[in-house]
Design a binder for this molecule. Structure first.
Ligand code: FSO
Ligand code: SF4
Length: 518
């Protein structure tokens, strides 16, 4: 096997025997086969109009290969068969040999992989929008264009142009998902979320799929079962159409990489709706449920019914059987805090934009940091905790995605009535951050790069790759990135990105803060 798509890749180079994520060689090989089948589907679709089934498979097939999503070789095999059927319906296409996927000149491989990983990330976002009934033909068409391009040879300039074009399409995709989420569940409002788990039966739901949460809330209403979010599901508490359910009680645990410890012996079922699944330990494997694109061998999977509704009865019955804790249990975040805040998406922040602009003009807010992105297991990630702790009192920290668990339970006080740490949402809510930055730039009549704003990002998997490409396509410069740089960026490709966009790898919080504020 060969895989180097995520930040925890073996030795910072590539997983070749088994994935650090737990993916074994047979699943890696099936995922490569699926990727090649999608390239062939894109070739077959060239100049034709593929139907909705092929469109759906493009998204689902790419999403299934994102890190920590699907470890089940049978489910990947099913997808391969379906993709092949769609390819034949379109008249077939020349095979793309699997050994070509990772085998090439180092720069060509780097550029091709960057596009492929970005598209895997965008597929997850397009999928969530699709589930909520929102699609955009431009985005769908770009999946075919991009996958076809991955099967072709390109000059470095052509490949870089493709990456920038992709970044703009991914912005469109994040906007579509933002519209899908806000039209279905309303605009998030600032909300305090306790980390206490009340006694009695409960269910933990993790991942990004808000529709799964909505259906679970409906099906558990009046049953004496409480629902707790975990990981990237935390921002759900801010949405009016979700927070109205009184049994959506709070948040359990922290970010994805702590799940094997946090779920150890937990007296409740855990529903995984998207990526962030780690191989379950024996002490809780019997209570892990997957749904949607997620899969793990011998784990119960909840499929969608014909009416679009999922029947979560097996999860509900498990919650009743396990019964929860006999007494209320207080949990804390990694810094000892007992509650966190979320819901500062674009609508909420722009609602107080006047206050922010005034505070910046008056010098009360001297700098805005966006400290966002992924969490992960590397010890170096405590950089982000230290960085946030050390930001000056006259600065604001916007955050998003699961990296926030490094500091979201800290109380850093307030500026002008606003908390100094504001959680904008999930990774896809990077869209909110872009909208806020663009509006601030308009108000100050300058470019985003000239605002007193610095992006300090952490990456782990492929959604972070697509977001980074969007930021670059928007010509956002001076991004600090860590904890390490992607293994799939060759030195030459990295040099281009550094030269064009001044991407800087994080060093120490003190040094970086000195550079940023100096
Ligand atoms: Fe991923 Fe990163 Fe959303 Fe996390 S991009 S790892 S679970 O921040 O958030 O899916
Ligand atoms: Fe390794 Fe990451 Fe690939 Fe898993 S997803 S096999 S950890 S590079």
């Amino acid at each position: 096997m060969f895989c180097f798509q995520c930040e925890q890749t073996a030795g910072g180079k590539g997983c070749t025997k088994v994935g650090v994520c737990g993916k074994d060689a047979s699943v890696a090989q099936k995922q490569d086969e699926l990727t090649c089948a999608l390239i062939e589907l894109a070739r077959a679709a060239d100049g034709k109009s593929p139907g909705p089934e092929a469109d759906k498979l493009m998204m689902e097939g790419l999403f299934a290969t994102v890190t920590n999503v699907n470890f089940d070789p049978n489910r990947i095999q099913e997808l391969i068969e379906l993709v092949k059927t769609e390819k034949e319906k379109l008249g077939g296409a020349e095979d793309f040999p699997q050994d070509k996927l990772w085998d090439d000149d180092v720069n060509a491989r780097s550029l091709r992989s960057t596009l492929l990983f970005g598209m895997r990330g965008m597929a997850a976002y397009a999928w969530h929008a699709h589930i909520l009934g929102k699609e955009d033909k431009d985005i769908i068409n770009w999946f075919y264009k991009g996958m076809k391009a991955i099967g072709e040879d390109h000059s470095t300039d052509e490949a870089l142009n493709l990456l920038m074009e992709f970044g703009n399409v991914n912005l469109q995709c994040m906007a579509l998902l933002d519209e899908a989420n806000t039209s279905a569940f309303g605009h998030p409002v600032p909300t305090t979320v306790p980390m206490k788990v009340e006694k009695g039966p409960f269910i933990i739901i993790t991942g990004h799929d808000l529709l799964d949460l909505k259906q679970l809330l409906e099906q558990t209403e009046g049953k004496g079962i409480n629902i707790y979010t975990h990981g990237e599901m935390l921002p759900a508490h801010g949405y009016p159409e979700l927070k109205k359910y009184p049994h959506l009680k709070g948040n359990f645990g922290t970010a994805w990489q702590n799940q094997q410890r946090e779920f150890d012996g937990v007296p409740a079922p855990i529903l995984f709706t998207t990526n962030c699944l780690m191989p379950p330990k024996a002490s809780y494997a019997d209570r892990v449920f997957t749904t949607g694109v997620v899969g793990y061998p011998q784990t119960q999977h909840i499929s969608e019914g014909k009416n679009g509704i999922k029947d979560f009865s097996p999860v509900i019955n498990k919650a009743l059987e396990l019964g929860g804790y006999p007494e209320d249990k207080i949990f804390t975040g990694i810094n000892g805090g007992t509650e966190v805040m979320t819901g500062f998406a674009r609508n909420a922040v722009l609602g107080v934009a006047d206050k922010v602009i005034e505070a910046v003009k008056a010098g009360d807010i001297k700098h805005i940091f966006l400290v966002g992105g992924c969490d992960g297991a590397r010890p170096g990630r405590n950089y982000y905790t230290e960085f946030v702790k050390k930001t000056p009192k006259d600065s604001v920290v916007l955050t998003l995605a699961c990296g926030k668990y490094r500091f979201n339970d800290l109380d850093l006080g307030k500026i002008g009535g606003l908390p100094r740490i504001m959680d904008m949402g999930q990774c896809n809510d990077a869209y909110s951050a872009i909208v806020v930055a663009t509006e601030l730039a308009k108000a100050f009549n300058c470019s985003v790069n000239d605002l007193p704003l610095t992006l300090v990002l952490s990456w782990y998997e492929q959604k972070a790759v697509c977001i980074l490409l969007t930021l670059l396509a928007l010509n956002i410069k001076n991004i600090y990135l860590g904890p390490t740089l992607p293994a799939f960026l060759s030195q030459d490709v990295l040099n281009v990105l550094v030269e064009k966009f001044n991407i800087t790898q994080i060093s120490t919080p003190d040094e970086d803060l000195k550079k940023i504020l100096g």
